[in-house]
Every structure is written in C-alpha cells, then in structure tokens.
Write a protein that binds this ligand. Structure first.
Ligand SMILES: [Ca+2]
Ligand SMILES: [Ca+2]
Ligand SMILES: [Ca+2]
Ligand SMILES: [Ca+2]
Length: 372
C-alpha cells in the first residue's frame, strides 16, 4: 500500500461576529475558511469539505460543509474550547487523495471578533479497497454483568475486484505512540491461507467473531455469531472453538482470554504486513508493526471529544467514532456513501467522526441504512 506522508497545512481563517439571539447574548457565529495550501489561487479553496466542531465542555457537536468559496458558517455557538475536524478531497484525474486535519482544544469566544488565522496540520491518505465496516465492541446490555464475548469485526470489499484476505492482520493499537512509525499492538491475529484461499468478493461482507457461537439465548441482547466467517481462538486460555468456523492465526497475544476489544476505547487496524515478526517488540511486550502497511483502521472512544487521547494519526483515522456506553449492545458502522447498481459504496474519508454511525442492534453480515 502506498503511503503519502506529506504534511499539508490547511489554513482556517475565522471571523466571529456577534449575534445576539435572546436570551443568551454569549452566543456567536463563526465562519471558517478551508484552504488547501498545497494548491494555489482559487484551487486552494476546499469546496464541499466537511467540518465537525466539537464543544469540549458542553459536548455539543456541529457539522457543516464548505461552499464554493471554502467557507462554512456555524451559528449560535457558546464560548468554549473546541476541537475542529476538517476533511476534504483532492482529485487529480481518477485519483482521490483524502485531506484530513484538525485543531484540538481551541478556545473560541466572543472576543475573537477580529479575523484570526489558525493553522491546521493535516495529513493526506487514501481510501482502501478493503474496509473495516463495523466494530461491535461495547458488549451486551444484559443482566449478566460485563458480557462482551459476543464482540465482532466486520470487513467489506468496497472495490470492484476480488481481494484475498490471506495473511492480512487484525491488530489493536496501544495509546501513546501516535507519532511513531511503528504501531504498538497488544494483540495481532492473521487470516490463514496461502494467498488465494479466502477471497472476498466485491460487495461482500465477512465477520470475525471473538467466539463464533450463538451468544444470544443467554445473555439476552447478545449476538448470534454462529454464521461468522472467522473467529479468534486462544488455545491455551480455555477459549471456546466452533470447529465449523475457521480460526484466525495468533501472531501476538499479550493478555486476556480472547482478543477482546476494550469496551471503552481502542483502535482496530487491518494490515498487510509481509512478516509481522520482523519489527520486534517494545519493552512492554507489545508487538511492533509498520504503520505504513495499514489497510484500514478505526478508532473509537466513549468520549469522542477526547481527541488528545488519539492512538492513531490522520493517515489511518483522523477522527473518533463511538460516544456510546459500554454494555449497551450498540456498534459503530460505516455509513453508505452511495450505490453503484446493487453494490453499496461505504464511506471512507479516513475520519471515523464522519464516516461512522451508531447501530442498535449490531448488524453482523449486513449494513444498516442510516435513517437520518
Ligand atoms: Ca475466541
Ligand atoms: Ca474454530
Ligand atoms: Ca480507511
Ligand atoms: Ca454490519
């Protein structure tokens, strides 16, 4: 997979004008201008760029899309510290490069009544053919406390070509190494096969279960994963094994009775690594994997405004999905961007704040149409 490590500078100009909508005179409006500084003149204005404004104190979230002048207007904002996330496309020929940038913890208030200039460090990346389409990590809303063995990951072929899952990795990412060129993974599991054993067809979804059993009778609200395509199997930890469902190959397993995802925050990464043992381990026995071999990645967190706790950078996922409670039987799933005939194209701006929605209940093996 190609990597485009160029750091771009996206400049946002902000002008704040006082609006006095009774009863709260503190509220103000904000105009952002999205500028792609790798381009010049009017080409540098990012049209149809998507912006998310997160109010850190109040938890409010505002979305906007830039107009033909690259401008986005937000109204009735309260003075606060905000995270600003911006995503745009740069199209050259048939090639689409994603531009993601963000500003964290930026104080916006009525005293900013002059135009101010904010520099937004952005990173470019590309969407991939194979996507993580859904992660169910929260666990079951059940009277059985803290049941999350029904977790699953769903993968989708978003392209028109057959792709082979053989030897791809699924890994999680530890916090604290966002600028490292190596990912520090507590767990890494590999799809079996010799290169052409596990095809995934265009428009096909596959499911990787923690345990490919029917969890649903007990506890109530958990998931039936008998039809999963793969399962994690941890032989030496008393893990259950469905003999009819193919096991993922354990590459690294630091702890836990399964490759259990945190019910609060984690980043799950799909990778294409030639030799996962080639990069060694860190001092806490986490396996090191090359970030530039990431195929797709999704980061989730119970509080999605905590951008300063990000585990992966904007080359993988510029945002955060989640914002849902643990043990709530909810999942995060990509939105459908459009249909090409009967094949859905899932949204991948490498920004899960934009690309994902919440499912209740989860949808292993199919995709829920957004109702908004
Ligand atoms: Ca298992
Ligand atoms: Ca099995
Ligand atoms: Ca992606
Ligand atoms: Ca699904």
């Amino acid at each position: 997979m190609k990597k485009y490590p160029i750091l771009l500078v996206l400049i946002i100009t902000i002008s704040c004008a006082l609006i006095v909508p009774p009863p709260d005179s503190m509220r103000f409006s904000l105009e952002l201008t999205l500028i792609d500084t790798t381009a010049t003149g009017s080409d540098s204005l990012v049209q149809e760029g998507q912006v998310i404004l997160q109010s850190i104190t109040y938890g409010d979230e505002y979305e906007g899309v830039s107009n033909t002048e690259g401008k986005v207007l937000f109204e009735n904002l309260l003075p606060d510290s905000y995270n600003i996330l911006a995503t745009g496309n740069r199209v050259s020929g048939t090639d689409v490069i994603l531009i993601n940038g963000q500003l964290q913890d930026t104080s916006l208030f009525i005293a900013n009544n002059d135009t101010i200039l904010l520099r937004l460090m952005t990173q470019t990346s590309r969407s991939s053919a194979l996507l993580i389409s859904e992660i169910y990590y929260t666990g079951a809303a059940s009277i059985i406390p803290q049941y999350f063995h029904d977790q699953f990951t769903e993968i989708y072929n978003n392209s028109t070509e057959v792709i082979y899952l053989d030897s791809l990795l699924i890994a999680d990412v530890e916090f604290g190494f966002i600028d490292d060129s190596l990912l520090h993974a507590v767990h890494a599991y590999m799809f079996p096969g010799d290169g052409n054993d596990y095809p995934i067809q265009p428009g096909e979804l596959i499911v990787i279960a923690q345990d490919a059993i029917d969890h649903s009778p007990n506890p109530v609200n958990s998931i039936n994963l008998l039809n999963a395509d793969f399962e994690y199997y941890v032989a030496d930890k008393g893990d259950v094994n469905n003999p009819n469902v193919t096991d993922m190959i354990q590459i690294h397993h630091k702890y836990g009775i399964d490759f259990l995802y945190s019910v609060m925050n984690n980043a799950v990464i799909l990778m294409d690594v030639n030799n996962p043992y080639a990069y060694g381990y860190d001092e806490f026995n986490r396996i090191l994997l090359p970030k530039n071999r990431t195929v797709d990645g999704v980061e989730y967190r119970d509080n999605t405004s905590e951008m300063d706790h990000k585990r992966v950078d904007a080359t993988i996922d510029a945002g955060l999905t989640g914002g849902i409670a643990s043990y709530s039987s909810q999942s995060v799933e990509r939105k459908i961007e459009r249909w090409e005939g009967d094949r859905m194209i899932l949204m991948d701006n490498n920004n899960s704040s934009l690309d994902f929605k919440i499912n209740n209940p989860p949808t292993p093996g199919w995709v829920e149409e957004a109702t908004e």
